[in-house]
Design a protein around this ligand. Structure first.
Ligand SMILES: [Zn+2]
Length: 160
């Protein structure tokens, strides 16, 4: 961002709260805080298998959890169930809150739930393909939604 979204003056860098941040050069009060954006994510269990999805924008072979942004006025619980419906055509119930996971590379905070899903799968526009794996065959990855899946798998293994 180069110009102030409030008054269109140029932004300049300055030290605020011990960090270099862009702020309005006309001192209208605008500061680009660059706070992380919350994103809901779902570990979807469907017919006793874990569902992973490949986004259309991703290369072949990349799969991850279903994710999405919150709408204004929406709770994370409603948002994650809405994403389940929009991206997979499934209804579902929240089994548990898995945790909050920072995704620093994307400046996001992932709010992760374990969902149980029902219905017939109908892929939404954003999803290229899905795969269904038995829990024992799921291998978490290190970035993004992977650590939440890793923790969930570990908890589950501890219960068995
Ligand atoms: Zn300004």
């Amino acid at each position: 961002m180069k110009y102030c979204p409030q008054c269109a003056a140029e932004l300049r860098e300055g030290l605020i709260d011990q960090k270099i941040r862009k702020q309005c050069s006309a001192d209208c009060g605008f500061v680009q805080w660059n706070n992380p954006i919350p994103v809901v994510a779902a570990i979807v269990e469907y017919k006793d298998q874990v569902l992973l999805a490949r986004n259309r924008a991703w290369p072949e072979g990349w799969f991850a959890l279903i994710t999405g942004f919150l709408e204004q006025g929406e709770t994370p619980e409603s948002a994650v169930l809405r994403e389940l419906e929009e991206e997979l055509g499934l209804s579902g119930s929240i089994e548990e809150f898995v945790g909050n996971y920072p995704f620093f590379e994307q400046n996001q905070l992932l709010v992760v739930y374990h969902l149980r899903a029902f219905g017939e799968i109908r892929l939404g526009a954003e999803i290229a393909e899905i795969k269904l794996l038995p829990v024992s065959k799921v291998r978490p990855w290190s970035m993004g939604t992977g650590p939440a899946l890793r923790d969930w798998l570990q908890q589950r293994a501890a219960l068995d």
